[in-house]
Design a protein. Structure first.
Length: 386
């Protein structure tokens, strides 16, 4: 019972926070609200036209199709409208043919639905193939199977498709360009947070296999954030397909978008951070040969990671704008150079203590240099360490 109560509490807090986000301003939560209301409005409009204006006593197909075709982008609405209508035509025709041949509704269902469910996996239908089977069920359940009845149902589906696509394209057309900005900023900020967390544990010497496991989980969350960025980039491209000029006319598209090179840059940083924490995880495992460096070297390395983490956090605040050169950047670069030289000297000292410690420190230093080189553009640093 306690677990159920805790789950209900968390879900309630999530809903409350989503409501607050809607009120605060533009964002993902408000976009979801708008799309939901648009879908409901499209279904209501289709029902009014089919039932009130056209006098259809079973005005079901039009609002149903209109509801499901208010998709995340206008392009996906158009694509899925074509796929869905084609699937419905196949389902209606096959069900009607089975009914006319057998004269029995149950037998017609037994003959048509299994075949249509297999056909639903045809790639040409995308994820709309299941509507072939559901249309067959609706066609046979209506009780009247004839050429006119089938044409009437397909006409209702076409009406719903037109209404759904039109509402999605003309009423606050959906865009996902904001998601790219938010995910890119979040990725940079989260990268800085991971580096600061690792630095704090190294400085205090409080790290073992359990701590290393926490770092690995943090790196995995960073990977998921990167996947979110890639997904957002794909949605942003699709948002502009067929609608770019219209979106600019109605001021729905932002003037600028982070360059795709930024995605690649932060992908490299994520990979280097993952390699860094894996190296530390191996060094923390007593059953493995590589040993962690000495405490003094680790404290120096921790400060190095802090500086790089600061650069990542600063990047999250400035993306996607032009890089600003703060007054203290030169101080940070100078300290970075000093720390790098100290670690190089420490690396030479470790060389006399065994290959294991030297390999770990050398790998850690290399990963830090790689992250620094990617996180700080050339214009913001006098020279790259090493």
């Amino acid at each position: 019972m306690t677990r159920v109560t805790e789950t209900v509490r968390r879900e309630t807090e999530t809903l409350i926070e989503a409501g607050r986000a809607v009120l605060r301003g533009p964002g993902r939560e408000r976009d979801l609200l708008v799309q939901s209301l648009k879908a409901a409005g499209a279904a209501l409009l289709a029902w009014v036209i089919a039932d009130e204006w056209l006098g259809d006593p079973m005005a079901l197909m039009a609002p149903w199709v209109a509801l499901v075709l208010v998709q995340a982008t206008v392009y996906s609405s158009l694509r899925q409208a074509g796929q869905q209508f084609a699937a419905m035509c196949v389902g209606a025709l096959l069900a009607s043919g089975a009914q006319l041949l057998t004269g029995d509704t149950l037998v017609a269902l037994a003959l048509s639905v299994p075949a249509l469910m297999l056909l639903a996996n045809w790639p040409r239908f995308g994820d709309q193939g299941v509507y072939a089977a559901t249309t067959a069920v609706f066609t046979l359940a209506s009780g009247t199977v004839s050429g006119a009845a089938v044409a009437h149902r397909l006409g209702q589906a076409a009406l719903g498709a037109v209404i759904g696509v039109a509402v999605n394209a003309l009423v606050l057309p959906p865009v996902h360009l904001r998601d790219v900005r938010e995910n890119l900023k979040g990725l940079a900020r989260q990268a800085g947070d991971v580096l600061h967390a690792v630095a704090a544990d190294l400085r205090h010497g409080e790290w073992d296999t359990s701590t290393a496991a926490d770092w690995l989980h943090a790196a995995a969350r960073l990977e998921r954030r990167l996947e979110g960025l890639r997904s957002a980039r794909g949605w942003s491209r699709e948002s502009l397909r067929l609608t770019k000029r219209w979106l600019h006319l109605v001021h729905r598209a932002p003037a600028s978008l982070p360059d795709e090179a930024e995605d690649e840059r932060w992908s490299h940083i994520t990979g280097h951070i993952r390699a860094l924490v894996r190296t530390l995880a191996v060094a923390a495992d007593d059953s493995r040969t590589p040993a962690p460096p000495e405490e003094e070297a680790l404290r120096t390395y921790a400060r190095l990671l802090e500086l790089i983490g600061d650069a990542c956090r600063l990047a999250s605040e400035q993306l996607p704008d032009t890089w600003i050169d703060p007054a203290d950047d030169r101080v940070a670069v100078a300290e970075m150079d000093e720390l790098h030289e100290r670690l190089q000297r420490s690396l030479r000292d470790h060389a006399g203590q065994g290959a294991g410690r030297t390999a770990v420190l050398g790998t850690l230093l290399l990963q830090a240099e790689n992250i620094w080189a990617e996180a700080v553009p050339e214009g913001r640093r006098e020279r790259q360490p090493g």
